[in-house]
Design a protein around this ligand. Sequence first.
Ligand SMILES: Nc1ncnc2c1ncn2[C@@H]1O[C@H](COP(=O)(O)OP(=O)(O)OP(=O)(O)O)[C@@H](O)[C@H]1O
Length: 281
Amino acid sequence: MNVVPSRSSEWVRPVTSHKPASAIIEIESVSQVFQTSARKDHLALSDISLTIDEGAFVSILGPSGCGKSTLLYIVGGFVSPTSGAAKIKGQAITGPGPDRGPVFQEFALFPWKTVLGNVMYGPRQQGVRASEAEAQSRSLIEMVGLKGYESFYPKELSGGMKQRVALARTLAYHPEVLLMDEPFGALDAHTRTRLQNDLLNIWERDRKTVLFVTHSVDEAVFLSDKVVMMSKSPGRIRQIIDIDLPRPRRRNELLLDPRYQKYVVDIERMFDESDGAGGPS
Ligand SMILES: Nc1ncnc2c1ncn2[C@@H]1O[C@H](COP(=O)(O)OP(=O)(O)OP(=O)(O)O)[C@@H](O)[C@H]1O
């Protein structure tokens, strides 16, 4: 097994003239220049082209400052690219929409609402009847492992629990694409591992498309169908790696699997080369 550029991969491909039927996100020659007082015209992303098929779990990995979050924000519609285009189901992304659900590291829960209130907020905004929204939300809360905490407020929860609520709240919108920006980055190793397992279980159930930004090579390999490796600033796609490991994935089995170990070692080596100094966190 080699870690090779998977330019012809089924899940993530550079844009070609033959548009795949199941493409959900297309990023076409996107560049992003930021104007700042300290550094005028800072090129954060340079000519990024990527196609992501429906149902794929794709991680974006790369050194700090290479533009991972910026790319996610462009897909989320929070940032307009300086040039190029980002599309969802063939339509230009012009702003945030309920088809894309962000789960970002800063938990952004409503502090004045309970767990149930936070999760119900989306469906209620979408006009779902209160009783139905509550039933759906209770079931999502159970799915993320927080049954019994429905009436707790965010300040009464741990970081991992808040992250679970944030995930349930986003899932309650029924977005087609989950945009996850280092959602587990602030958590301790044990909580992080548990949340990775839970996220995979949830994903294996309904196979939403996931675009997941991380600094962690083993997190990316464990979770993903594809890893998009970016190079140091300005961010470019350096390589796209197919993670050809069986699913469902069980961490204990995978850690002992030489194929998993080889992916991690090969990608860490690539990461070191991309970073120039040091390695992944
Ligand atoms: N709103 C902004 N205005 C100016 N510069 C920005 C803005 N957002 C990001 N940048 C710059 O763009 C570059 C890419 O930032 P981005 O946050 O996308 O990187 P990242 O790969 O997600 O970094 P990290 O892994 O450290 O979170 C950085 O140099 C950053 O300073």
